[in-house]
Design a protein. Structure first.
Length: 80
């Protein structure tokens, strides 16, 4: 997940297609070590794809799950 977050931040920062090295350096700059296997899988999955389309497709898939039920209300504070 950290690799995906770094990838997305790099894209938002203007790097159209971040490399594994770009992501590794971004994570290292804040003291985080990249998982090489996860990063390589991420890069290969996104290679040649438009990130906007990937995100739109993902949003559509998440919408199928619904929003779930609401949580219960908090307890009232006792005054005194």
């Amino acid at each position: 997940m950290k690799e995906m977050a770094a990838y997305l931040m790099l894209v938002l920062g203007g790097t159209e297609s971040p490399s594994a090295d770009d992501v590794t350096k971004a994570l290292a700059s804040v003291g985080v070590e990249a998982d090489a296997d996860a990063l390589n899988n991420l890069i290969s999955e996104l290679d040649g794809k438009d990130l906007g389309e990937v995100l739109e497709t993902g949003s559509g898939l998440l919408a199928k799950f619904g929003s779930g039920g609401g949580g219960g209300g908090g307890g009232g504070g006792g005054g005194g």
